[in-house]
Design a protein around this ligand. Structure first.
Ligand code: ATP
Ligand code: MG
Length: 392
């Protein structure tokens, strides 16, 4: 019965001359999300509102699920389009609408008419009253409540007449693309995909970098990261995933540096390389899935040590989250099941038994000197041989 959706979006950040940028980005993201759905959709803007018209057959549930992934949408209203064939016909249609959508009619309601077409023979107040009467006549068990109705039945009179009353909550946030772009350090773990999701939700486009260490990490471990990037792309749009072969760098650090500092020094190289790619690709920040104290490399002291090697801001949206909270979010966004597949991560392979939890930055720097120019050469090679996968 529904043939369109009215898209509601929050007004924050869209005032003034930025409004059309916001709306265009939102329409673009809706289009991308609906590519995955069966059916033909026309997305258009009309009088400051965005509509998705479903042309021909479409799967209602699947379409709603896709729209629920689009950041910037605060609500999705399924709409019935009616041809204007006179007021009496409209009354019939409205009564049928109520009958179909609300099998349980022990409810209060209010009709809210808006007349975009000023040539329509009745004024809004009159439409409200007359349609209200038609509903009361058809369903005596219903009653009017103009202050807090259970059902707010909106009737918009345009060339066609739009009926809607239900709002399905959207994810909120800002349309991806309105907030610049940032580089996500994406591992195969639980945290980093959630971190990427959260920053994308604020309108930031996401590129990603994954460090793998073949043959210590398998092709399957890499595929898992590609799969995670693809899941994130359902919300964030296509994710450009840069895959970095980190093996030689890790082996070299392993050879030259104290083992309890391996993780920190390795992470410093990850940050340096990620920042390099970020700058080349126009990213305005780095994103990680770190949270304070989760592991040795995420104590405040360790974060000083990993943070100091890059100049771009590092966004850590999970910094104050407990693991359980991150797990719940991962389940909600659909990354959890993939994240817990048991493939090895490049960090865990070279990890020391007793990693430092309070690294001293001066000492770390001194030990990094052991790496001399050869490390620069290795970084250069790894950047030259990186692989790009577009996950969508
Ligand atoms: P996650 O669950 O995301 O793997 P974690 O708890 O395992 O996180 P660490 O291994 O200490 O934590 O990594 C901290 C952060 O560093 C990750 O959230 C991610 O952003 C980044 N990171 C770690 N390993 C990699 C990797 N192999 N490739 C890219 N980024 C990584
Ligand atoms: Mg990890």
């Amino acid at each position: 019965m529904f043939t369109a959706f009215l898209i509601k979006y929050a007004e924050i950040g869209i005032k003034g001359k930025n409004r059309h940028l916001f709306e265009d980005a939102l329409m673009h993201q809706i289009k991308f999300a609906l590519k995955k759905c069966d059916g033909k959709f026309l997305i258009h803007k009309s009088q400051g509102r965005i509509y998705v018209d479903c042309q021909g057959e479409f799967d209602y549930d699947e379409t709603v699920e896709c729209l629920k992934n689009v950041f910037g949408i605060s609500g999705i209203c399924p709409v019935v389009y009616v041809e204007d064939e006179g007021f009496e016909k409209l009354c019939d249609t409205v009564v049928r609408y109520v009958s179909d959508v609300y099998p349980d009619r022990n409810k209060t309601f209010k009709v809210h008419a808006r007349r975009a077409n000023k040539n329509y023979p009745k004024e809004s107040m009159e439409i409200n009253a007359d349609l209200g009467e038609a509903i009361l006549n058809a369903f005596p068990e219903m009653s009017v409540d103009v202050h807090e109705p259970d059902i707010l039945l909106c009737v918009e009179i345009r060339e066609k007449i739009y009926l809607y009353s239900e709002t399905i909550p959207g994810p909120g946030g800002m349309p991806v693309g309105t907030g610049g772009k940032a580089m996500l350090l994406l591992s195969g773990g639980i945290d980093s995909p959630v971190a990427g999701y959260m920053i994308a939700k604020r309108g930031v486009k996401i590129d990603a970098v994954y460090f793998h260490a073949p043959p210590y990490t398998s092709e399957r471990a890499k595929q898992k990261v590609v799969d995670l990037a693809r899941i994130v792309s359902a919300y964030a749009g296509p994710v450009w995933l840069h895959v970095i072969n980190f093996t030689d760098i890790q082996l070299y650090i392993h050879e030259k540096c104290p083992h309890e500092e391996l993780t920190i020094i390795m992470r410093r190289y990850m940050m340096r390389i990620a920042e390099h790619i970020a700058r080349e690709t126009g990213c305005l920040g780095l994103i990680t899935g770190e949270s304070i104290g989760q592991v040795a490399s995420q104590t405040l002291n360790s974060l000083i040590a990993t943070n100091e090697v890059c100049e771009l801001p590092v966004y850590r949206p999970l910094i104050g989250f407990d693991k359980q909270e991150i797990v719940e979010q991962a389940q909600k966004i659909g990354t959890f099941e993939t994240s817990i597949l048991p493939y090895e991560d490049c960090c865990t392979i070279f990890v020391a038994k007793h990693p430092v939890t309070k690294p001293n930055v001066n000492i770390i720097r001194r030990h990094e000197h052991n790496l001399d120019e050869k490390i620069e050469e290795l970084v250069k090679i790894t950047l030259e041989t990186k692989e790009l996968i577009i996950a969508e």
